[in-house]
Design a protein around this ligand. Structure first.
Ligand code: NAD
Length: 361
């Protein structure tokens, strides 16, 4: 789907975006601004002082509500008042290691946050396309070579992954019980979920994620500590899944019933990089950098091998990744290097969005 088709779907439309202050949420806010949508964001304040949200002054491009997704009355009221045409639900406790530290809070935010959003949609009584963002980690991971398809068993070893699998179950229950296709005229809600892989891109400053760790270490001329050098992850540049979410919403707009399902968004099958290979690619772009491997036998469990089957999104949405994993890490490290050289994060981000979507000046 090209940029003009996305514009037809989103220009002048009301888009409710939870998690707009986060890494992916900020990128999506900036794309939606380019598309001419009216965006209302709902999230907690960014955690880092240098968060992409602040760096790009994204608050200028949306109506921002800073509030907790666990506050049922508040999220309900904001969704009711805004009456969105589209809703993207991204707000979450999004880190595996944080999930081990604070499992109860992780479940409360991820599961009850999702239920609060779904429940608010019951009362808007107008057509709305809701895209709920979960993750590749929702599958029962058998550490096998074969990639996972959307219909496969849900699971999730750790609290973060498992809380997201619980979100999928809640989405499915709300779809059957309250947003059933046979009553579409009454409720107006089209509901899908999007499962994407390990997302990388400029402006992610989260702790315990390999690419931000790499950018921070190289900027300080320090060696990067590699915890899981051999792990294979579905690396993607952030713009690829966001393009997928937007294309899914646009398709739901064309046909309110045909796309109310789960979709995987990830790299091509043959495109696989280990953590160590990814870091070596990062060093190439940065021009220098060192790493040391630190295998801690007592570290919490993290998936070693996880691959997604993306054939459904390719066939039904005509979506495919535009960047390979190597291109994704190059574009990402270009961003961090430019920011390190004091170029404007707002301008770097805008230029990368224009280049990805091939937007004419
Ligand atoms: N980054 C990845 O690699 C990746 C991969 C797959 C799926 N995802 C999913 O994509 C979404 C966005 O991820 P991200 O990387 O941008 O994460 P992030 O941590 O950068 O952003 C999370 C957002 O959720 C908000 N949030 C957290 N707790 C909240 C609460 N209690 N109330 C209101 N808002 C709250 C934060 O304020 C922030 O805006 C999440 O749902 C995540 O699970 C991320």
């Amino acid at each position: 789907m090209d940029w003009n088709k996305l514009k037809n779907a989103y220009q002048g439309k009301r888009v409710f975006l939870t998690g707009h202050t986060g890494f992916k949420g900020t990128w999506l806010t900036l794309i939606l601004k380019e598309l001419g949508a009216e965006v209302k964001g709902y999230a907690l304040p960014p955690l880092e002082f240098n968060a992409l949200y602040h760096q790009t002054r994204a608050e200028n491009y949306c109506d921002s509500v800073i509030a907790d997704i666990r506050n049922r009355e508040k999220i309900h009221r904001e969704i009711q008042n805004f009456k969105p045409d589209y809703l993207f639900h991204m707000a979450a406790q999004a880190l595996v290691l944080e999930g081990y530290k604070n499992p109860v809070e992780t479940y409360q935010t991820n599961v009850m946050g999702t239920v609060n959003v779904l429940d608010a949609l019951r009362d808007i009584h107008k057509p709305c396309k809701a895209i709920m963002i979960t993750t590749d980690k929702v599958y029962e991971n058998l550490e096998r070579e074969a990639p996972y398809k959307e219909g496969e068993a849900l699971g999730g070893y750790d609290p973060y992954s498992n809380s997201k699998a619980c979100c999928e179950l809640a989405i499915s229950a709300y779809r059957s019980s309250f947003f059933n296709a046979k009553n579409l005229r009454e409720h107006g809600i089209s509901l899908s979920s999007a499962r994407s892989g390990n997302v990388i891109g400029g402006g992610d400053w989260s702790a315990f994620r390999i690419v931000p760790d790499m950018a921070k270490a190289f900027a300080k001329d320090e060696a990067l500590l590699l915890r899981n050098p051999d792990s294979v992850r579905p690396w993607q540049h952030v713009l690829d899944p966001l393009n997928g979410y937007l294309m899914l919403g646009a398709k739901m707009n064309e046909d309110c019933l045909a796309y109310n399902l789960a979709y995987n968004f990830g790299p091509e099958q043959e495109d696989r990089l280990t953590v160590e290979e990814l870091v070596k690619e990062g060093i190439k772009t940065w021009g220098s950098g060192e790493y040391v491997v630190s295998r801690d036998p007592n570290k919490p469990h993290e998936a070693g091998l996880l691959r997604l089957d993306i054939s459904k999104a390719k066939k039904e949405l005509n979506w495919k990744p535009r960047y390979s994993s190597k291109e994704a890490i190059k574009v990402t490290m270009d961003w961090y290097l430019a920011a390190h050289k004091n170029e404007s994060p707002r301008e770097i981000t805008a230029a990368q969005i224009k280049s990805f979507f091939r937007i004419d000046e």
